[in-house]
Ligand binder design. Sequence first.
Ligand code: BGP
Length: 460
Amino acid sequence: MIYKELKPFPEHFLWGASTSAYQVEGAAAEDGKSPSIIDMYEHPSDVADFSVASDHYHRYKEDIALFAQMGLKAYRFSVAWTRILPRGTGAVNEKGISFYRDVIAACRKYGIEPVVTMYHFDLPWCLEERGGWGNRETIDAFVNYARVLFENFGGDVRYWLTINEQNTMILHPGAIGLPKGGKLPSRKELYQQNHHMMLAQARTMKLFHEMVPQGMIGPALNLTAMYAASCRPEDAIAAHNWEVLRCWNFADVPVYGWYHPLAWEYMNDRDIAPEVQEGDREILKDAKPDFIAMNYYSTATIAASRGDASDVAARAGDQQIMLGEQGVYRPAENEYVGKTQYGWVVDPVGFRYTLRKTYERYHLPILITENGIGAPDILEPDGSVHDGYRIEFIREHLHQMRLAITDGVEMLGYCPWAAIDVVSTHQGYRKRYGFIYVDRDEFDLKGLERHPKDSFYWYQ
Ligand code: BGP
């Protein structure tokens, strides 16, 4: 669709940027914080350890002052559950509360709107030892954690995200590391965990609307539109299969209160549907998000399954993420899109397409909580970092977002990944996303000095 005129970005649009606790904070065992699964899992040996990360825990004042200089109107960060409730539940760690209270105050000082993710991959290890998300008691633990957050920060924070990328955790459980010994849960167990997360999320959203009536809450999902590899009808069916199983099945539950019909039939057919207890349906029906938070990196192109093992292949550059499923879909190449050097598809037009599809499906405003390009940025001797590729990437995505706004999509804001360099889940500090360079290598912490990149001045 070509328009005579493009609509402007909304007046109070949240021009922001994102991080997550375990990837930026460091201080993994300080001030009463207990280990999370991230601290205890095995990671590829070349990933920088997470115990110092970007040392944001000690340098957040300096960092937030830089964010203000960059012109940020919003900062999306996550709270580490293990700082607030080191035993997962029970006694509150006041040092954890005061850390996030200070972070929020530092944001407010500069007029930056805090956007808080409650849970970004880092389940307390002590809960994992008791069965983690496979144990229904974790639902109560999460709702209790949510209550503590709303009591302490509900008055100061308007925008809340429940769970980051639940779909990644369920579909690609190895993506954030492997349990020691390497055994991942079965798919049946994963869909049961998923069901428990959905219940925790629904109860949390309901509680939020009671405790923080002026606020807004939503799930943060990794959403991706799928293209059919050709106009062959079977390719279209396969693309729809994977779009439903990867995306809509995870967003339908919070919005509509139940699983996508195709996904539900699929789970039953494969004997992986979750056990649903009496009352679960009511809990799921009883909660409504105020917006959808979307992490968008790329699209995928899908062909019909050949029905044999050749349907399944590792994602380029990432042995932990398998794509394709026998009898469901098969990943295909797309000659019309670009790729990063890590093999991630770069598709700004697909961003507009994903925004349109998400909005027409849910009719809820959308907050972009991640989008960005990972690259091995180079720090020049004079302290500059020339990341023109990042400027180009973001500029093109912003243009497509503006087209989507003109298409009628209601947007709340844009918080790309990442405000500052963070430790990448698989590539440590060799792959960077931030507007601000953090001077450290995988294992050499150097001085951890901050250097604004070219993209910082452009985004400003
Ligand atoms: C998203 C996660 C982020 C971040 C990002 C980039 O899925 O929510 O936490 O890690 O991906 O991924 P990576 O660091 O693997 O390049």
